[in-house]
Design a protein around this ligand. Structure first.
Ligand SMILES: [Zn+2]
Ligand SMILES: [Zn+2]
Length: 138
């Protein structure tokens, strides 16, 4: 006796196909796999790339790339990808938590380490700015 195939429409191309768990037909599934691999590889080789640069180099949609980021599938994210505070979800530029949550979480060792690293960065930037001002005053 034959097991009844689960027929469904591919989410990508709408073609009818049979697979118990997959949302995409064989063609689209393979294409999606290849697209993901291409994005992952490109980012590993170009960790400072922007989303637009990744999209251009890999020919993968910007939306698809954001989808990977949202799903946390990429170990390296594009430098302009929106990061969100892990506590309140506010958009942040770097790190794991926003400034507000960080100040509330000062006792947390992870948050403390993150803020220390950040202070070091902004400290050197301030130093740089100070030098700029001095130069301009002359
Ligand atoms: Zn398909
Ligand atoms: Zn927050």
């Amino acid at each position: 006796m034959e097991v009844a195939a689960v027929l469904k429409n591919c989410k990508e191309c709408n073609r009818v196909f049979a697979h118990p768990t997959r949302q995409l037909c064989e063609d689209c599934y393979l294409r999606a796999q290849q697209a993901f691999e291409a994005v992952k590889k490109f980012l590993e080789e170009n960790p400072r790339a922007t989303v637009a640069e990744v999209a251009e180099a890999t020919e993968v949609d910007v939306e698809t790339i954001y989808e990977y980021i949202k799903q946390g599938r990429l170990s390296v994210v594009p430098k302009d990808a929106g990061l969100n505070c892990q506590i309140c979800g506010t958009q942040i530029e770097k790190g794991r938590v926003c400034a507000k949550c960080r100040s509330e979480l000062r006792e947390d060792p992870l948050a403390a380490a993150a803020s220390e690293a950040e202070m070091r960065t902004s400290g050197s930037r301030m130093h740089y700015l100070g030098a700029e001002i001095k130069r301009r005053r002359r």
